[in-house]
Ligand binder design. Sequence first.
Ligand code: 5GP
Length: 130
Amino acid sequence: MASIFSKIVAGEIPCYKVAETESCFAFLDINPVQKGHVLCIPKKEVDYLFDLDEQLYGELTQFARRVAQSIKKVCPCQKVGVAVLGLEVPHAHIHLIPLQNEGDMNFHNHVKLTEEEFKQLAAELAANFE
Ligand code: 5GP
């Protein structure tokens, strides 16, 4: 059965899309730890990040770098933090989270955004993706 994230890539489940390349896809985390929390995934469904073949791993990390540059422009932050958990969804993904301080990378804390805020944020990130 396809993962939730494969269904998002296929457009079967809606998302707030941020960016896309031939092999990768980025969208807002639905339960963000901070405003600007983005997930970067390979379109190909592979559970564990470090099982990706070398080429796709390289493409994903380069893609995540470009998405992080967009987050840095759009979201007030000192730096964009990177995390890999993968304990919930068995489809490799890189969390990008704007950080003002160390405590902002806390997966037990969440911020609530309205649908309008999600839409606006995704549009701004997409517009700044280069
Ligand atoms: P992990 O697998 O890294 O432990 O966590 C999975 C992440 O995916 C969580 O931050 C969760 O909020 C996010 N997530 C789970 N299901 C969906 C979904 O259907 N849409 C979006 N946009 N994010 C999801």
